[in-house]
Design a protein around this ligand. Sequence first.
Ligand code: SF4
Length: 276
Amino acid sequence: MSATGPFATMATGALSSIMLSKTAMPGKTAAKKSTKKSAAKATPAKSTIKPRKATAASRKQALAPERIQTILDLLAAAYPGAECALIHKDAWQLLVATILSAQCTDARVNMVTPVLFKTYPTPADMAAAPIDEIKEIIRTTGFYNNKAKSIQGAAKKILTDFHGKVPRKMEELLTVPGAARKTANVVLGVAYGLAVGVVVDTHVLRLSRRLGLTTETTPEKVEQDLMKIIPKDRWIAFSHELIHHGRLICIARKPRCVDCSLEKVCNSGDKTWSTH
Ligand code: SF4
């Protein structure tokens, strides 16, 4: 789940918290296709494709409802059942896991949280815990001083202001230590099924730009653009699918365009292979 501390002020890596359900296994499908296609088509060692300059006409074309729908359909077909990879039992655990995922892999967070929640199961337990003990448990996730402060601060805030329950309103969640908009979107979307915004982590930001869905460069502005063009009932799944695509195919340094099911609708200047 992001510069996703996950979505927190702390960092970025985090909210890359998305993976596919065990039943869907799109990753395997993608991997198989990838092998076949890769064998059939030569991938240039280096992209020779020049960035295309955005004009008013090209922006209008990029944001045409039919094109957006095609992108949504292709993503849904590629990543059915995409879901959050951070293991959690409730909104509180997801909030903590998302805070921990800043600049850290989901796998690492998932190794730490079972111990953390067994030792301090509730917000009340976490609020009363010796801060040094929290730090010790979460040490391997990095930035543990700030993360411990955020987690304990969140526990105290939730106890004193929200009767021990993670709030379900964006404006309330944003008052909780460690919960910036991205974290709040994760908690609201994944734990409560509430589409209040679109999670914009590092993958969503990069792919939204490559796919021409935005020309903005900050998560806040990219989210505003996405909320205008993506139907609300797709906000939660869309970010999960895009994060998965960013991890598997549209990787930052050298996107695997030859294996990309969205290639025909992508005009990114970063493409490493193109049919058009
Ligand atoms: S074609 Fe390449 S740049 Fe475009 S979305 Fe696919 S992997 Fe990313």
